[in-house]
Write a protein that binds this ligand. Structure first.
Ligand code: SF4
Length: 343
């Protein structure tokens, strides 16, 4: 089934928190709030575009369209404002034009009153910005909530029957690779349906920028973040938890117009993670071979992942083992399997 999200940005201006990676203070007052009329206009525009350009004028059974309120703290805005925005989007749910509403928020902005209201207006999916399950890391990152808040909110969201999404970050102040792996373990225990993983980027005009420039914070490298995210992705996949975003875009909660000063920024971050997974798979298939030519078959839709961004896997095997690697597509191969054809 093809899923379309209609993104409606709801800035949380006046947010009382002070996450070290967020530059919201810089733009507070410069971003207009989103009105119900804005929300309707955005939905109409996207519906027209989805229908005309994507679906050739016809909605199919295999299509799921949802309005997605993002901005990080939807349920932190005043209740009457939440309700007006939800009611605007819910009109399209009732009319059968969209299938539901999803939103992202903080774990400490979840309680029964809030969830009752979201249920009333056709919300299907709630994503929580977890970031870490280590309280020390949460304190150092200025998050203002605890790991217990996440556990409590996740359980409540599931009790109400919403689809649960959890977002985590890597490379936060005080965090380590082992700490991120532990966060992933804790997230798996909460049984979300979907996960997003965001390596921390140091954005201009944030507290993290000050920590970085004064030497108090060391950002992840691209390679370090790719290797860690490879481990995390495989952990979630092993538990049938779908990772719907890996790296690059600023988190929903990071206001959009910051510029990146440091950190693992790469325009194809998620692809690099897949490339590394294929590098490991091909390595295990070719064993100790060196100084030869090797042809490997993979699923025909995964050839570019196996070859790698800018042919990185081809280059790596050549440089590390003097192997001339060729990758072929085979539609009879499923998943991430790789087969040695000849050498
Ligand atoms: S990330 Fe979200 S909760 Fe944290 S300061 Fe920014 S807007 Fe507030």
């Amino acid at each position: 089934m093809k899923t379309y999200n209609i993104p409606i940005f709801v800035p949380h201006s006046g947010c009382p928190f002070d996450c070290v990676f967020c530059n919201q203070r810089r733009i507070t007052g410069k971003v207009a709030s989103t009105s119900p009329r804005d929300a309707k206009r955005i939905i109409e525009e996207h519906l027209a575009s989805i229908m005309n350009t994507e679906l050739g004028g016809e909605c199919t059974r295999d299509t799921k369209i949802e309005a997605a309120f993002f901005g990080g703290s939807f349920t932190g805005i005043p209740m009457d404002e939440q309700t007006r925005l939800l009611a605007a989007a819910y009109e399209y749910v009732k009319a059968g034009k969209i299938d539901g509403i999803r939103l992202s928020t903080r774990p400490d902005y979840i309680d029964r009153q809030i969830l009752d209201n979201l249920k009333k207006y056709g919300v299907t999916t709630i994503e929580l910005g977890v970031q870490s399950m280590d309280d020390e890391v949460l304190i150092k990152s200025g998050r203002g909530h605890t790991a217990d808040d996440v556990r409590r909110a996740a359980a409540l969201i599931k009790e109400y029957g919403f689809t649960l999404g959890l977002q985590m970050m890597t490379g936060l102040p005080g965090d380590t690779d082992a700490g991120a792996v532990n966060t992933a373990r804790e997230i798996i225990a909460l049984q979300p349906a979907i996960v997003r993983i965001y390596p921390t980027l140091t954005i201009k005009d944030t507290r993290l920028e000050d920590m970085y420039t004064s030497g108090g914070y060391t950002p992840q490298t691209v390679e370090g973040a790719v290797n860690l995210c490879k481990t995390l992705l495989l952990m979630f996949e092993a538990e049938n938890i779908k990772v719907i975003r890996l790296g690059l875009q600023s988190t929903d909660e990071i206001c959009e117009n910051g510029s990146v000063i440091a950190g693992p920024v790469h325009s194809a971050f998620g692809e690099l993670v897949e490339n590394e997974i294929y590098y490991d798979i091909i390595s295990s298939v070719i064993g100790d071979l060196r100084d030869t030519a090797v042809t490997i078959a993979v699923n025909d839709r995964s050839v570019s992942k196996a070859v790698g961004n800018k042919r990185r896997n081809i280059v790596k095997f050549k440089n590390e083992r003097n192997i001339d690697l060729k990758i072929k597509g085979d539609k009879n191969i499923n998943g991430r399997e790789a087969r040695l054809l000849c050498c």
